[in-house]
Design a protein around this ligand. Structure first.
Ligand code: FAD
Length: 429
């Protein structure tokens, strides 16, 4: 007598979410086929965290959820089922030790993101999940409101359940080209418009009172640490973060800017006025800064401002500061008037950088928007529209700040989808 072939779960996409979903479903006893469109899985995962992979954060669940903004609550159940300590234990059990760094950021101890992919792949091998590469899924096959298979590279694959984990639409060379949105839309799922988040911003040249423009490109590659960065929308402060800012060829980036960029992108789309205000001396309040300026200008009265201000600012910023405040770099400390000192003090606490745009989605770390989570059961990641269809990872309408939260969300939703899909098909047997 021939043994009945077990029904199969197909996982579409071999990124963080898909690899975790496939391994979890296989571990739960399901027959699993992972279809990945690229020649290798985990291409994006392998370049995360500047090649070091900030795979999670040690923050508590409620703190982590707060980093996802208004839609963070959707993740509560997924995080309760599989969270940072589970992920750290999982990798330890699979030969990958981790370390926790500043801000609770967790990295592989060997500092190598590709090792994260390697650990996941060898786990999948051990669990007997089949991985088929160069297999782009082009179509979902649905009959009577139930998913029954997919078409990949022109070939039909039947399935008792499908987990869609195709990622977002940023860094398309890694394989994340937004296919999942089209596939989900084809089976009537609602898509919240996608847009870049964690993306560098473009500045208009800074102007002084006589409309002389300063070419910010001169500051390219300059990084400012320990500055307070405020996002102003229509001249109203909406959020402030403390950290690092990096000047680029045409604007600004760096962790503090990336954190605020999602809100800036949405405001630009609304045609609101967007501006960044930097507090370059956050450790000194106005009074202390005034005292410091007075002291320096008096005690080093014979020195040119060009050299004197270098005690307070990087060289490139000194040029920017003097240019925008219309003060000659050759002016000596004792020649600075009270009015000029006041102008300098005000600028050091509130250096304005008007924003005119953002870099394209292809350059964003994260795609905001995606599959509407209102149509997904947060306990299982199952579609509320199509039976036996599940979702996981960045293609969902979830997006977080930097710090390892996005990968934790991909792993947690992948875990939940894998578990739930395996349970669902065993119940249907
Ligand atoms: C440069 C960079 C650095 C980052 N660093 C960090 C970090 O340090 N920490 C952090 O938390 N987050 C980081 N992120 C974000 C994080 O990488 C993503 O949130 C995460 O990879 C999402 O996982 P995913 O599995 O949902 O999607 P992805 O990792 O994008 O994987 C999706 C997979 O699906 C495949 N696929 C797509 N379409 C199809 C199809 N039609 N058929 C078959 N397969 C398909 C793709 O080829 C890909 O392998 C970074 C992102 C970038 C771009």
């Amino acid at each position: 007598m021939t043994e009945k072939i077990k029904p199969r779960i197909i996982v579409v996409g071999g990124g963080a979410a898909g690899l975790m979903a496939a391994g979890t479903a296989a571990k739960a006893g399901a027959r699993v086929l992972l279809l990945e469109k690229m020649k290798q899985p985990g291409r994006k995962l392998a370049i995360t965290g500047k090649g070091r992979c900030n795979l999670t954060n040690s923050a508590e669940i409620s703190d982590s959820i707060a980093h996802f903004g208004s839609n963070g609550r959707f993740l509560r159940q997924a995080f309760h089922r599989f969270f940072n300590h589970d992920l750290i234990e999982f990798f330890a059990a699979n030969g990958l030790k981790t370390v926790t760094e500043r801000g609770g950021r967790v990295f592989p101890a060997n500092g190598k993101a590709p090792e994260v992919v390697k650990a996941l792949r060898s786990w999948l091998n051990k669990k007997d999940a089949t991985v088929r590469l160069s297999s782009p899924v082009e179509e979902l096959i649905v009959e009577d409101n139930q998913i029954v298979g997919v078409v990949a590279a022109g070939e039909k694959f039947s399935a008792a359940a499908v987990i869609l984990a195709t990622g977002g639409a940023s860094y398309p060379l890694t394989g994340s080209t937004g296919d999942g949105y089209r596939l989900a839309e084809s089976v009537d799922h609602n898509i919240i418009p996608i847009r870049p988040a964690l993306v560098p911003l473009i500045c208009t040249p800074a102007e002084n009172s006589t409309s002389k423009k300063f070419d910010l490109g001169k500051l390219a590659s300059l990084s400012l640490r320990n500055v307070a960065v405020r996002l102003l929308i229509n001249n109203k402060k909406v959020r402030e973060v403390f950290g690092e800012l990096l000047f680029t060829e045409d604007g600004i980036s760096g962790p503090a800017v990336l954190t605020l960029s999602g809100a800036a992108v949405d405001a630009l789309k609304n045609q609101d006025e967007v501006c960044f205000s930097l507090d370059l001396k956050p450790a000194l309040d106005e009074k202390k800064l005034e005292a410091r300026l007075l002291r320096d200008l008096q005690s080093r009265g014979k020195e040119s401002l060009d050299s004197l201000l270098r005690g307070m600012l990087p060289k490139e910023m000194v040029a920017f500061c003097l240019d925008i405040n219309e003060i000659s770099p050759q002016r000596q400390g004792h020649q600075v008037t009270a009015k000029e000192r006041k102008r300098l003090r005000a600028w050091l606490k509130d250096c304005r950088l008007p924003i005119s745009g953002h870099r394209p989605l292809a350059e964003a770390i994260i795609t905001a928007g995606g599959i509407d989570t209102k149509e997904i059961d947060p306990k299982t990641m199952a579609s509320c529209r199509i039976k036996n269809l599940f979702f996981a990872g960045e293609l969902l309408n979830i997006q977080a700040d930097t710090g390892g939260y996005n990968l934790q969300a991909a792993f947690s939703t992948g875990y939940l989808a894998g578990k739930a899909a395996a349970r669902q098909i065993s119940e249907n047997l």
